[in-house]
Design a protein around this ligand. Structure first.
Ligand code: NAP
Length: 323
């Protein structure tokens, strides 16, 4: 097996970086500024593999990488990769499903609790020294247990979320998927499938867990928000562009939606002048669904294994179909 050149464009824990160095020459480019972009482009003609995340890979970049055999994404979502262009060039795409599922589901459930029970706002009250007497009714939150949770996209994370909600919090769950899929939960759990309209109209919480694709881009706009129950809460932990941000702001400002929890945005990091950043009804998080020590290490490990396997000519742990 020959040593190849690899372009690493996201920091990995030392043990995973070392595994790459043992088998290949590693060019490391972490900057996302103009100099970083220039270094990334300059490395492309040499490399057989890319490993990283958080950078949109354009078809034109592939034109500059004639030896590229594999892109190993340190993520489950693959919306940053030009699938058709990779297919044309026989470039394998690998990703990291499963190892992050439970951490993301935990975070989403945390967002459900935080928005409905107003955790951040109430913690800020204490921190600001404004807790001077018992809370008044205008400061109360709303129960989570027993409320209906709607899930758009009933894949790995959607199902892990349903388990938490139905089995842990006694919540009826209604999910929408493109293809028929069973609930995966005991029949005692109140979990059922429905149309997009059913989920929007019947849920107290609507959680977006579909991937970003041509079909889901802009899927939730003014019309969808109008169909949601008055006082419902929207959670998006999938990808920003699935939700039309200006329509969401209108639905919150009008009081129709109670709150939104957002871990993902159209532009990341969120620009300082974005109204989503400090809107009183929005819990905005820094794309942290999988950001635990355990899960980020497992993702790095899997992404490195994927890349090394493909370059050795072995099957990867998880490839994503590009055709
Ligand atoms: P997954 O197992 O592939 O689940 C996605 C589900 O959405 C699949 O069941 C898919 O069904 C369904 N779907 C696709 N298009 C749909 C549509 N138009 N309408 C209804 N359902 C549709 O993926 P996952 O591991 O659960 O991850 C889901 C997404 O979460 C990722 O793509 C990523 O964008 C996001 N994510 C975010 C974070 C974070 O840090 N916030 C972390 C991890 C993942 P089909 O079989 O029909 O395609």
């Amino acid at each position: 097996m020959s040593r190849e050149s690899i372009l690493l464009y996201r920091q990995l824990p030392p043990a995973q970086r070392e595994r790459l160095l043992q088998e290949h020459e590693v060019i490391e480019v972490y900057g996302r500024d103009a100099a970083g972009r220039e270094a990334f482009l300059a490395a492309l003609p040499k490399v057989a593999g890319l490993i990283g995340s958080g950078l949109k890979i354009e078809p034109a970049m592939l034109d500059q990488a004639p030896h590229l055999k594999v892109i190993s994404s340190v993520s489950v979502g693959v919306d940053h990769y030009p699938l058709a262009a990779m297919h044309e060039r026989d470039i394998v795409l690998c990703h990291t499903p499963d190892v992050l599922t439970d951490s993301v589901a935990d975070l989403v459930f945390g967002m459900v609790l935080a928005t409905s029970r107003r955790l951040v706002e109430m913690a800020q009250l204490v921190r600001d020294g404004q807790w001077r007497r018992s809370l008044e009714s205008d400061q109360y939150g709303w129960d989570v247990h027993g409320k209906t949770l709607g899930i758009l996209g009933y894949g790995r994370i959607g199902q892990a979320l349903a388990r938490r909600a139905a089995l842990g919090f006694g919540m009826p769950v209604i999910y929408h998927s493109r293809h028929p899929v069973g609930s995966g939960l005991p029949s005692s759990a109140k979990v059922s499938g429905g149309s997009l309209g059913d989920v929007l109209e019947r849920s107290d919480f609507v959680v977006v867990m579909v991937p970003l694709t041509a079909q889901t881009r802009g899927m939730l706009g003014a019309e969808a928000f109008a169909r949601m129950k008055p006082g419902a809460i929207l959670i998006n932990a999938a990808r920003g562009p699935i939700v039309q941000e200006s329509a969401l702001l209108e639905a919150l400002d009008s009081g129709h939606l109670r709150a939104a929890g957002l871990d993902v945005f159209d532009i990341e990091p969120l620009p300082l002048d974005s109204r989503l950043r400090d809107h009183p009804r929005i819990l905005a998080l820094p794309h942290m669904g999988s950001a635990t020590h355990e899960t980020r290490t497992a993702m790095a490990d899997m992404a490195v294994s994927n890349l090394l396997s493909v370059l050795r000519g072995d099957p990867a742990l998880a490839t994503y179909p590009t055709a």
